[in-house]
Ligand binder design. Structure first.
Ligand code: SF4
Length: 381
């Protein structure tokens, strides 16, 4: 597992997108970067292009240009993504895609459009009211619009069979990811959350078929592991749905006495709770799945099922002892939701700890102490 894990960490920390450049050199295809959390990667794949999940620049880029285009109280991923563009690190991308997740991300789309007129930069509208009878057709029409724009950009002409095949490929990848997450929840002493995080996140930068092979290899490797469980509390990590914490933050949570039995890290790659149908019109199938088979998330409103209820169910299903709310600094959606989550967790008697992170974190000692104190307070209660 070590080699695979190191490879994954290299891939996710590479702000020059070597995997994307290599794929373009090999295939002559175009690459489409999409801002988290969710984008219909199947449609991009079916157009013969490489969908790439962007995740900011972590601690590998100093902000020199983005501060002049955004105010101070804006989360780090918005600024580092823009900085990537301003410093030519996004040159490998022929298109950039954004969705309706928050005001900062929406503004980033239009700042990008203005600064990079040579690129196709688009904003995909995801429905806000999934119970509306018009929602599925509205979303399918957005997907058709995207498909037509990709075709104009030089992609393959729309081909229903190609989209169905793409759905199959992503279904397989997501099913494997789900099964690894289930496996980890049962045996967290054998699979580190930091390893799974790197493994799943590496999929943002690779063709889905290649990433699926990695997941298969990782699954076999995990199955062969043996280790003794240690005294730790079982936690669900929640709140980092968009900006991703440094991998060291996840490591410290584990080292400080927690088994992470579920999380919402890189949730875009685990967006669907079950396979998307491959019957009928694939655009409608993708739209219907977004409405009815998606995970709960702070960036996806579903009045039919409150998010706080989803979190409590996750805690119960994973037999977790506590929740660690891992929230990106200046992330309004996460902080708004924290109030709702906190109320529900307190009502249910589920302990929780709030931690704020930034992409650039260099000192971890306070964080380690906070988590250790929290874990010990539960272990020795
Ligand atoms: S981290 Fe939060 S504030 Fe920043 S873009 Fe994502 S949802 Fe918006």
């Amino acid at each position: 597992m070590n080699d695979l894990y190191v490879t994954c960490e290299d891939i996710i920390s590479d702000i020059d997108f070597k995997t994307v450049r290599d794929w373009k050199d090999r295939t002559g295809g175009k690459a489409v970067g999409y801002f988290p959390v969710y984008a219909p990667a199947e449609i991009i794949h079916a157009a013969g292009m490489l969908p790439v999940g962007l995740a900011g620049a972590g601690d590998r880029l100093d902000i020199q240009h983005a501060d002049a285009r955004f105010g101070s109280f804006i989360c780090s991923i918005v600024k580092t993504t823009l900085e990537l563009g301003m410093t030519d690190h996004l040159a490998a991308f022929d298109a950039l895609l954004f969705t309706s997740i928050c005001d900062s991300a929406r503004n980033l789309c239009y700042v990008m459009q203005r600064n990079f007129p040579e690129k196709y930069v688009d904003f995909l509208h995801l429905p806000h009211n999934p119970s509306s009878p018009a929602a599925a057709e509205f979303l399918a029409s957005e997907y058709r619009r995207l498909s037509a724009r990709l075709e104009e950009l030089g992609g393959e002409p729309y081909d229903e069979v190609a989209v169905l095949h793409a759905i199959e490929s992503f279904n397989e990848n997501r099913a494997l990811t789900r099964s690894l997450c289930d496996w980890r929840a049962e045996r967290p002493h054998l699979m580190k959350a930091s390893e799974l995080y790197a493994l799943v996140r590496a999929g943002n930068y690779l063709p889905v078929e290649q990433h699926t092979e990695m997941l298969v290899a990782a699954g076999a490797e995990f199955e062969g592991r043996a280790a003794k469980a240690r005294d730790s509390i079982r936690v669900v990590v929640e709140g980092a749905f968009c900006e991703q914490p440094p991998i060291d933050v996840v490591r410290i949570i584990e080292q400080a006495g927690c088994y992470v039995v579920d999380d919402d890290l890189t949730i875009g790659r685990r967006w669907f709770t079950e396979d998307i149908s491959t019957d009928g019109d694939p655009m409608m199938a993708l739209a219907q799945a977004y409405l009815d088979k998606s995970v709960y998330s702070s960036v996806r409103h579903d009045f039919r099922k409150p998010r706080s209820q989803g979190l409590v169910e996750k805690v119960r299903n994973r037999k977790a002892d506590a929740v660690i709310m891992l929230v990106a600094k200046f992330c309004e959606p996460a902080y708004f939701d924290y109030v709702l989550f906190k109320q529900e967790l307190e009502k249910e008697g589920i302990p929780h700890l709030l931690i704020e992170f930034e992409e650039k974190l260099f000192t971890f000692e306070n964080l380690r102490m906070e988590v250790e104190t929290f874990a010990e307070s539960l272990l020795f209660a």
